[in-house]
Design a protein around this ligand. Structure first.
Ligand code: SAH
Length: 487
């Protein structure tokens, strides 16, 4: 039997690079990770989500080492999250990870478990900034010839241009690569008019965002760099009121005034072209017999209804204790409204237990004693925090002796909590412990940080999580069920 715990490797796309366009699933994959690996620019885009994480930043040309490190660390039992911009499966790190795994003979079921988390890719985000350029068929082509021979790229540009695809050019140019985009424009012009719309979107949804509309004859006059995606329209694309649109083709079959069918057309069968209609022969070749489920009434009249919101209690009717806990949680949710601006100042004589985090475990103060609750998730030298390094660590909690008071008090912990005076480390352990993990989950921590009022105590700002310390047992179990669930 293999004794090493099974690790996990999340391969995550963070979207174009701002918080509104990162998915909740990508954020959870970041939050659950012991270690985050990514190219420096991408790490910087999410760095405010990385506090307390072990972060490995790498440079542009270190992709192979990055993928190997990620696989190795995850294999040895860690949860590792590898981040790419956009979607990790679109010119991202995912492909290389699978190549590395294949090389090492990894089999499904082996450590690490692999999880792909999708992100909004550059063409979607850039498209959204200019209109709807990809409503019909499009092709993505990277102009980088660092790993692909130029003849292959050239052939793909030619084919996409011939096929009248909307063309999204990724990696169009860099400091050293200027020739490719000029060559691409030359090839595409063989098939498309000089007035074909072209959009240049630089750094979509980032601070340096810049959008330039142009056409095939003129777009090379504008700045094109590493962070630009070039969207080249098909023969059908048009610009209307500042929006770049490629129509799907509704206008071929229907009147766009009243939605009625045009003469000779039929809703559920293939579009008839002018040639078909001229020849008057019904152009329905016999259908091959495929195993396809027929959807009855697929073309139904529009119906507008209001969806009833699902009531959570109803889902849990069989288990009344969970339902009660959820009710309590909902009560708490409304009663401790977060409030960033109005900061309450606590008197220093008020007896507050201090809770912080060291190496992934919870630090708790009880009178003059400090306890570390849970197991350290990361190797941590406790002396840097002003404590003696304990010789032995209990699986659940360790009493820490103070080596240097000034260092202990200088360290900033972000959460304040008070418990009834008889609270023991055991009680805190029971409240904060969660399944699968002996130390507090990042998710619980983040939840508490996000959902607590801010308090000043002895001139420092803390998240005031006292409401949490007094929550009934059932609320805690509900936290575990709802917030900490490891899906
Ligand atoms: N995995 C990424 C693509 C990485 S390839 C994705 O799915 O988006 C890098 C290229 O993507 C860049 O050269 C640029 O062409 C494009 N790109 C990535 N992020 C972008 C952004 N925010 N704005 C414009 N283009 C972007």
């Amino acid at each position: 039997m293999n004794e090493t715990p099974k690790g996990k490797l999340n391969i995550v796309g963070i979207g174009p690079g701002n918080d509104s366009h990162i998915t909740p699933a990508a954020l959870s994959a970041i939050k659950e990770a012991d270690s985050i690996i990514g190219y420096t620019t991408y790490i910087n885009l999410v760095k405010h989500h990385l506090s307390g994480k072990q972060v490995t930043r790498t440079g542009m040309t270190e992709e192979i080492t990055r993928a190997q490190t990620a696989v190795e660390s995850a294999k040895s039992g860690q949860t590792v999250t590898l981040i790419s911009s956009g979607d990790a499966g679109v010119y991202g790190m995912a492909g290389l990870v699978f190549e590395v795994l294949r090389k090492t003979g990894w089999k499904k079921g082996d450590s690490p478990e692999i999880k792909m988390v999708p992100g909004i890719s550059a063409d979607s985000s850039c498209g959204s900034l200019v209109g709807a350029p990809m409503v019909h068929d499009s092709a993505r082509i990277s102009l980088s010839d660092l790993l692909t021979p130029w003849t292959v790229i050239e052939n793909r540009i030619e084919s996409a241009a011939k096929g009248d695809f909307v063309i999204n050019l990724y990696n169009p140019a860099s400091g050293r690569r200027q020739r490719q985009i000029v060559e691409a424009a030359r090839i595409i012009k063989k098939y498309r008019s000089g007035t074909t719309p072209v959009a240049l979107v630089k750094s979509a949804y980032r601070r340096q965002e810049n959008i330039q509309f142009s056409d095939l004859d003129h777009f090379l006059e504008f700045e094109i760099g590493m962070n630009t995606t070039v969207i080249i329209g098909s023969s059908q694309s048009f610009v209307y009121e500042g929006f770049f649109v490629t129509p799907r083709g509704y206008g071929n079959k229907y009147s766009l005034e009243d939605g009625s069918l045009k003469p000779g057309q039929n809703r559920a069968v293939s579009l008839r072209t002018e040639n078909d209609l001229a020849s008057k022969i019904p152009k329905e070749s016999p259908s091959p017999n495929l195993n396809i489920t027929k959807i009855q009434g697929a073309f139904v009249k529009t119906s507008t209804t209001v969806f009833e919101q699902e009531k959570e209690e109803e889902i849990y009717t069989q288990d009344s204790s969970v339902a009660t806990a959820i009710k309590a949680l909902q009560f708490l949710d409304t009663s401790h409204q977060k409030n960033e601006t109005e900061i309450l100042e606590l008197r220093s004589e008020e007896k507050i237990q201090l809770l912080g985090r060291i190496g992934g475990a919870v630090l708790y103060q009880n009178d003059e004693n400090y306890h570390l609750i849970g197991k350290l998730k990361r190797p941590t030298d406790l002396e840097t925090f002003g404590f003696y390094n304990p010789i032995e660590q209990d699986q659940k909690w360790t009493k820490l002796n103070i080596k240097d008071h000034s260092i202990v008090s200088q360290n900033r912990f972000d959460i304040l909590i008070s418990f009834p005076s008889e609270t023991s480390p055991q009680i805190i352990y029971d409240l904060f412990s969660i399944y699968r993990n002996s130390s507090i989950s990042e998710r619980l921590w983040d939840y508490v940080l996000d959902n607590s009022k801010k308090t000043l105590w002895e001139n420092r700002k803390y998240a005031d999580a006292r409401w949490l310390g007094h929550s009934p047992e059932q609320v805690w179990s509900s936290f575990r069920e709802k917030i900490l669930r490891c899906d």
